[in-house]
Design a protein around this ligand. Structure first.
Ligand SMILES: NC(=O)c1ccc[n+]([C@@H]2O[C@H](COP(=O)([O-])OP(=O)(O)OC[C@H]3O[C@@H](n4cnc5c(N)ncnc54)[C@H](O)[C@@H]3O)[C@@H](O)[C@H]2O)c1
Ligand SMILES: O=P(O)(O)OC[C@H](O)CO
Length: 324
């Protein structure tokens, strides 16, 4: 199975490295000419994944047409750009493995729904889970959810990508795998706020648990399965992203918690904090179907400039209620 990758950010590059293990050829499309040149000339993506020596069987290209002879393509552009790159790539019926975590602004579509519109003939799979790119690229042990309705395709993809250090767990719940990854980014911002505002570890644990309740309410309403949300792509990724400043979303929240305005934190950044884009879309999508997501709403208000103490006091003064 010849693998192509769309997206030369940290995660696309790390996944190219996963796919290239054992000396297999991988074609990686990157948007930036200097990323293409750096990968081909020095086998390092010095812009997005500095310090990782990449396999010399990874060939980078700036030409999307170079992916047309692949047997499967990992789509690793940020969620807000997936539609544009898939439309431009025009890869026909080549299976797409969606690896971005987010919801498209404007349409409120999950990345899978976007891909079905932009590439209507392509079989769709989703790869998601607790995966810091640097650790994956360094070969540290990692497990992910690989969701696809077509079991033969799913098994072929799993066999192609698996190694002792990279374990895909199979699922048929594509929507569930997507929702976990999209929602956890917003909740990670909230946990970062708790850290930045010095509210303590009890508060962070409470937020992870109550955030997971929000993820579950929204996911079930959208047709996800509870066990997917409690698995690697949901709770697993939530715990990872809410625990470390290695997370861009958590780090953004730390800044907000310290009272720094979102505008400044988000200006001129090269790396993506998906939760900032997903938060308002998720809040609106939840409101539209009557799902209560107070932590997500609080993150939206903080991103819009609300005062941290006011938002914390609003959350803590909500009426007491049953846990479940
Ligand atoms: N970095 C990780 O550890 C990690 C792990 C799992 C999933 N993800 C997800 O992977 C996706 C990509 O994130 P990343 O970390 O690889 O990115 P990154 O932050 O390392 O780099 C930003 C990426 O955005 C791309 N980009 C910027 N403007 C663009 C445009 N107009 N059109 C197309 N692409 C554009 C850049 O080319 C670059 O590839 C995100 O959805 C992210 O949530 C990331
Ligand atoms: O750095 P973040 O917050 O985008 O998180 C990266 C991955 O999604 C963690 O699984």
């Amino acid at each position: 199975m010849r693998i192509g990758v769309i997206g030369g950010g940290a995660w696309g590059t790390a996944l190219a490295q996963v796919a290239a293990r054992g000396g297999k050829a991988v074609t990686l499309w990157a948007r930036e000419d200097d990323v293409v040149a750096a990968i081909n000339d020095t086998h390092e993506n010095s812009l997005f994944l500095r310090g990782v020596q990449l396999s010399d069987t990874i060939r980078a290209t700036g030409d999307l047409a170079a992916l047309n002879d692949c047997d499967a393509i990992l789509v690793v552009a940020p969620a807000q750009h997936v539609r544009a790159v898939l439309t431009a790539a025009d890869t026909g019926a080549i299976p797409l493995v969606l690896c971005a975590k987010g919801i498209e602004a404007g349409t409120r579509m999950l990345v899978g729904e976007v891909a079905r519109e932009a590439a209507p003939h392509a079989p769709i799979a989703v790869l998601s889970g607790p995966t810091f790119a640097h650790e994956v690229a360094a070969g540290q042990p990692t497990a992910v959810t690989l969701a696809c309705a077509d079991t033969a395709l799913r098994d072929a993809l799993s066999a192609r990508l698996a190694s002792p250090a990279f374990r895909p767990y199979a699922s048929s719940d594509v929507v569930g795998a997507e929702i976990g990854g999209a929602v956890k980014n917003v909740l990670a911002i909230a946990c970062g706020v708790v850290e930045g505002a010095g509210l303590g570890l009890n508060a962070r644990a409470a937020l992870i648990a109550r955030g997971f309740a929000e993820m579950t309410r929204f996911g079930l309403a959208k047709g996800a399965r509870a066990e997917t949300l409690a698995g690697l792509s949901g709770l697993g990724d939530l715990v990872l992203t809410c625990s470390s400043t290695n997370s861009r979303n958590f780090s953004l929240g730390v800044g907000l918690g310290q009272g720094i305005a979102a505008e400044g934190l988000l200006a001129n950044r090269q790396t993506v904090a998906e939760g900032a884009h997903t938060a308002p879309v998720l809040r609106d999508a939840a409101e539209a179907i009557g799902v209560d997501m107070p932590v997500v709403a609080a993150v939206c208000d903080l991103l819009a400039g609300a005062d941290v103490r006011e938002i914390v006091s609003r959350l803590l003064s909500r009426p007491l209620r049953a846990e479940v």
